[in-house]
Design a protein around this ligand. Structure first.
Ligand SMILES: [Fe+2]
Length: 374
């Protein structure tokens, strides 16, 4: 058995955990930079709750509300400068994957003033980042419990993950009520992201016995949740119980992902988001069926356990993913595909972890199975 693991985030889960535990923020300092997107945190009610709690605790707060989807390293650097100038003691990230991932980088930039925006992928972190607390408002990313920050390199326009122990939050407030304002389409896409995390964890060469426990549980919950989502058509029909199920599933998937990382569907999926604006979860799910196929050949027992956890046949499970991912017909000129494929090499970690051996040439073929060359 192997249950080697590391996960230092203090996770508080349940209704009103932020409102009831404001004193835990006080322990992080008396000046706070809130990091969020222009709308999500407000709409979810999380921003109002956070401001109330910070006020109760006598913590002075400023808001950086400019985090875009697929956040740019330059945006994070700008916010890091703001945190530095405000003399923030800690960062409070509120939102889905983009604000939470950005808040991790901002905590690094705030103290490591020698870094330029795109240095974040390579420069040494010389000073401890500012302490970070996060409040999740979507149910997919798992960023609350991972040491991973996926950013868009402002120099190249490429999405890429950066991570390490410096990227963990200290505190994660996980209240499913904040996920209730997600529109239907975002709920589906984020649930597919969580499923991709679980699948890419189980079928990874880096999986261990603990990551499997988390990931199979996520598959169990997400199978129920995704079938429920397919049976309805609007966010008004998603009751709190389903929100709770989907949010807890995303955290189980995040806990597994934190131990294993992801495989090629994430790497190749990033391009669907960059080039076609397809939301992250659906972009990864576009490659899930092929990934499961590879897994079923290389790790048939584990694949079988996935279908058992989902309580569905291989064919039905894949069909469900395809229907919900709903990837339109996509195409690009062949030379454009060649250019895209040139960014991949055989040594990419996500490829090396993929079952059955996976190369840059395989990545190009996977990409062309979704984006037809013209
Ligand atoms: Fe993801």
């Amino acid at each position: 058995m192997d249950i080697s693991s590391y996960m230092p985030v203090e996770v508080l889960y349940g209704k009103d955990v932020l409102l009831e535990n404001g004193n835990m923020l006080k322990a992080l300092g008396s000046r706070c930079l809130i990091v969020t997107s222009p709308t999500g945190a407000k709409k979810s009610g999380a921003l109002d709750d956070a401001l109330k709690v910070l006020n109760e605790q006598g913590i002075e707060a400023e808001i950086f509300g400019e985090v875009e989807e697929n956040p740019l390293t330059s945006t994070c650097h700008r916010a890091g400068t703001k945190a530095y100038e405000f003399k923030a003691d800690f960062i409070l990230g509120i939102g889905g994957g983009s604000p939470l991932d950005a808040s991790k980088a901002i905590a690094v930039f705030a103290t490591n003033r020698h870094m330029s925006p795109d240095d974040i992928y390579t420069a040494k972190i010389e000073k401890a980042p500012l302490p970070l607390a996060v409040v999740g408002t979507t149910a997919g990313t798992g960023s609350e419990v991972t040491a991973i920050s996926v950013l868009t390199n402002s120099a190249t326009g490429f999405k890429k993950g950066v991570g390490g122990k410096a990227y963990y939050a200290r505190l994660a407030f996980c209240d499913p009520k904040y996920t209730c304002s997600m529109p239907y389409s975002v709920t589906v896409s984020t649930a597919l992201d969580a499923l991709a995390h679980a699948l890419e964890s189980i079928l990874s060469y880096d999986a261990n016995d603990l990551s499997d426990v988390y990931a199979y549980r996520a598959v169990e919950l997400l199978s129920v949740g995704l079938q429920k989502l397919e049976s309805i058509k609007s966010a008004e029909e998603i009751y709190f119980e389903t929100r709770d199920l989907l949010y807890s599933a995303s955290l189980f998937a995040g806990l597994s992902l934190n131990l294993t990382g992801t495989c090629y569907p994430h790497t190749v999926g990033y391009v669907l988001t960059e080039r076609f604006g397809i939301p992250h979860g659906r972009a990864c799910a576009a490659f899930s069926p092929e990934f499961i196929e590879r897994g079923a050949k290389a790790m048939p027992e584990k694949a079988e356990k996935i279908f058992e956890a989902a309580n569905m046949s291989h064919a039905d499970f894949v069909a469900l993913i395809k229907r919900l991912a709903a990837i339109p017909e996509l195409s690009l000129p062949r030379d454009e595909i060649d250019r895209i494929a040139s960014r991949w090499n055989d040594g990419i970690k996500n490829f090396c972890r993929t079952p059955g051996g996976y190369t840059a040439a395989d990545a190009k073929n996977s990409f062309m199975s979704v984006v037809k060359p013209i």
